[in-house]
Design a protein around this ligand. Structure first.
Ligand SMILES: [Zn+2]
Length: 83
């Protein structure tokens, strides 16, 4: 189970924020590296939570897998017409 790192709304990994927060904070279509520092920090906390949860369930996912997922998800421009 994963939550938006800003409002705790449920999201599907590897998403870090829900679509509402993405719009509110103009994150949609932006690569993770271009996010404001405070949002990255919140995502780091959420990341640590998710990793701890995965470890508790006996799942191990490596840092490189997470980075790949982020690039997959955020490395491409968002084609959402609202953004
Ligand atoms: Zn949110």
């Amino acid at each position: 189970m994963a939550n938006c790192c800003l409002c705790d709304e449920r999201v599907n990994p590897p998403q870090w924020v829900c679509s509402k927060c993405a719009l509110d904070h103009e994150l949609a279509g932006k690569p993770f590296v271009d996010w404001p520092d405070w949002v990255k920090e919140m995502a780091n906390f959420e990341h640590a939570d998710r990793r701890r949860e995965a470890e508790e369930r006996g799942l191990v996912f490596t840092a490189s897998e997470c980075i790949e997922a982020e690039i997959l998800f955020y490395g491409e421009p968002n084609t959402d017409p609202l953004s």
